[in-house]
Design a protein around this ligand. Structure first.
Ligand code: TRP
Length: 344
């Protein structure tokens, strides 16, 4: 159990610290654990185009950016396959066959899709491609026979439905994967620096992996905290305070030993803040130290890799080629099961 993993990102912008704690960091751990036979990390450009079909240049430009983010975080092409979705055409073909197995009503009811339709203001003119992206996501996962998917639980029902229906109708062919949920809750939803629930480029509330040290510092020192914590002596709230939520996701006891030895760990720091007598500036300076230490090696590696974009593109080309060979095997099985292998 648990030997093939697939996950990915839409290339619509550079990746930020939310991606890092929510998934990138964990992917590298999984990759280096030796527990996985194969790992596939996909730059989901075809999916990005479902709501950016009018911005092809943006998607194109971000292929390299996302690849740089992956590599600089430690995704290693010698251990993992990095692929570009549009260059594995088998994924599109699988999507077409899977579309027979789900109803329009079911897609429209999908909570994630529903929320995203609202967010994008599609209202009643929803592009078909966008509406069906959960189907294409099922193709991505099943194409590589992945048995582990680190996704939100909300996407799982669609995947299960399609896989079960396929196997029921055409015989046991596809693997039904299980979701891998992160062990640290705080990492699932890192808020924006402004306290808004999500980090988003348009809100300007993200800390990017590629940000330089001054940018990181400025963003941290300007972070939203508890609005009722006006005086240092006031008791403060750490529960929905982004500065503490970031610390939950990033800091370790060693960071305290290095940068804030008056406290042994985050619980002690939180207790002081809640009691009153601890100023925001002190906490933010600590968070800045923690983030700088975490991001520095990533940034350095990124700058190094960015000097040779052709080499990075070559990694993607090779990865996509290798991934295509895998997906072709699945497509053959699918076509055989569906009795469309006339010339075999
Ligand atoms: N939906 C993911 C994102 O928004 C990208 C993605 C596409 C994906 N296909 C996937 C993730 C399959 C996990 C599994 O970034």
């Amino acid at each position: 159990m648990g030997n093939i993993i697939l996950t990915g990102d839409r290339p619509t912008g550079r990746l930020h610290v939310g991606h890092f704690v929510g998934s990138l960091r964990n992917r590298v751990t999984l990759q280096n654990s030796g527990k996985f036979e194969k790992l596939f990390f996909m730059i989901a450009d075809a999916q990005a185009l479902t709501d950016n079909f009018d911005h092809p240049q943006k998607v194109r430009d971000n292929i390299l950016e996302v690849a740089l983010d992956y590599l600089s975080c430690g995704i290693d092409p010698a251990k993992s396959t990095i692929l570009v979705q549009s260059h594995v055409s088998e994924l599109t073909e699988l999507t077409f066959y899977y579309m027979n197995l789900v109803t329009l009503a079911r897609l429209e009811r999908n909570p994630t899709v529903k929320a995203e339709i609202q967010l994008r203001g599609f209202n009643h003119s929803i592009p078909m491609g966008f509406l069906t992206y959960p189907v294409s996501q099922t193709a991505d996962i099943t194409a590589f026979m992945a048995d582990t998917v680190p996704v939100g639980e909300d996407q799982l029902p669609m995947l299960e439905q399609i896989v079960r229906r396929f196997n029921e109708l055409y015989g046991e062919t596809l693997v039904e994967p299980t979701a891998l949920l992160p062990d640290n809750e705080a990492c699932l939803r890192l808020p924006g620096t402004d306290g808004k629930a999500k980090m988003s480029k348009s809100l300007g509330n993200c800390i990017y992996l590629a940000d330089d040290p001054d940018d990181v510092r400025t963003k941290v020192m300007g972070m939203y905290t508890d609005p009722n914590h006006l005086q240092v002596s006031d008791p403060g709230n750490t529960k929905d305070n982004p500065v503490f939520l970031y610390l939950d996701a990033f800091c370790t006891d060693e960071h305290f030993a290095r940068y804030l030895p008056d406290y042994a760990n985050l619980d002690e720091l939180k207790a002081h803040y809640e009691r009153g007598g601890l100023g925001d500036v002190k906490v933010k300076k600590f968070l800045n130290n923690v983030l700088q230490e975490t991001l520095e090696p990533i940034r350095t590696r990124r700058q190094e890799l960015a000097k040779d974009p052709a080499a990075v593109m070559e990694i993607l080309r090779k990865g996509s080629y290798a991934a295509q060979a895998e997906a072709a095997k699945t497509l053959d099985k699918v076509k055989h099961a569906m009795k469309i292998d006339y010339f075999a």
